[in-house]
Design a protein around this ligand. Sequence first.
Ligand SMILES: NC(=O)c1ccc[n+]([C@@H]2O[C@H](COP(=O)([O-])OP(=O)(O)OC[C@H]3O[C@@H](n4cnc5c(N)ncnc54)[C@H](O)[C@@H]3O)[C@@H](O)[C@H]2O)c1
Length: 325
Amino acid sequence: MTKTVFVTGGAGYVGSHSAKAFAKAGWEVVTYDNLSRGHRDLVKWGPLIEGDILDTQALTQALKEVRPDAIAHFAAFAYVAESMQQPEIYYRNNVAGTMSLLDAMVAADVKQMVFSSSCATYGVHEEMITEATPQQPINPYGASKMICERMIQDYGMAHDIASVILRYFNAGGCDPDGETGERHDPEPHVIPLAIKGAMDGTFTFNILGGDYDTPDGTPVRDYVHVSDLADAHWRALDYLDRGGASDIFNLGTGRGYSVMELADAVSRVAGKEVPRVIADRRPGDPPSLVASAEKAERVLGWRPERSDLDTVLRTAWDWFQKEAS
Ligand SMILES: NC(=O)c1ccc[n+]([C@@H]2O[C@H](COP(=O)([O-])OP(=O)(O)OC[C@H]3O[C@@H](n4cnc5c(N)ncnc54)[C@H](O)[C@@H]3O)[C@@H](O)[C@H]2O)c1
């Protein structure tokens, strides 16, 4: 029997790629999004219900009508710098929003969930990060995600909700078929900004910090292709469907690149120089975030097959070229 997944935030970057992956894996997809940061034209793999996760009544009604087998919860605000300036909107949208969703799930008797968490919950660590690494977030965004994780676990135990929490490292790249992609306004993410530098001769790419304790002084991140992240979501639902216990998984590649290396790689893929300057550090940024995703491979059978840096950058480059044309 076909199963249905209710995707909050499915009009956004990771949510729309995941909607495609769910549909390919045979799930019916219903997106619930208030379009505050998403795009109607990226909702292509099932209907869109326009609504806010903070509206518990509307959400409960939608869940009672759709009767999904599982929730995939992407809806959130996700910008580190913005969270340093306006923590209140992060705690409201992410924490109160997730609580509202959990209340609606209890009311509508929905028993499975996959949640988008983040490497931002870990904070500053020198070694490779496993799921057992202590969570010590250094920005409100990461803190909001950590609180959500705890709420999901507590509601899960009290109300019999099985969950998979996925801690993504840096999402990058776009759908290799060009059907969906990344569109944030303003755009705070390094890959689109470095690509903008290569595409637009007048734009200078700011590298935020050159004095970190990393090999070249610029921050190191673990870039994972968004379509690989998307695949982890249907694998997570499949795992829960087979009776898997609630669990937490890192999604990354185990390989970090500095932002300087990233800019060089964009120049290589684009065949054009990325004009760049080293600017001040951004408050809230850890020096290095690199994942061990060994557990996701072992338990979910997930492998980041499209996450070599050139594939990430080439698929992003192709998308931004198309968007600009
Ligand atoms: N992009 C990354 O590198 C990354 C890394 C780690 C974790 N994440 C997490 O993945 C999820 C998706 O991130 P993204 O980069 O696709 O962000 P995004 O902004 O592209 O997508 C978020 C979507 O949620 C919707 N939304 C926000 N608040 C809502 C609300 N109150 N009600 C209904 N819809 C709402 C937005 O309109 C948007 O469509 C987030 O939870 C984020 O924290 C992203």
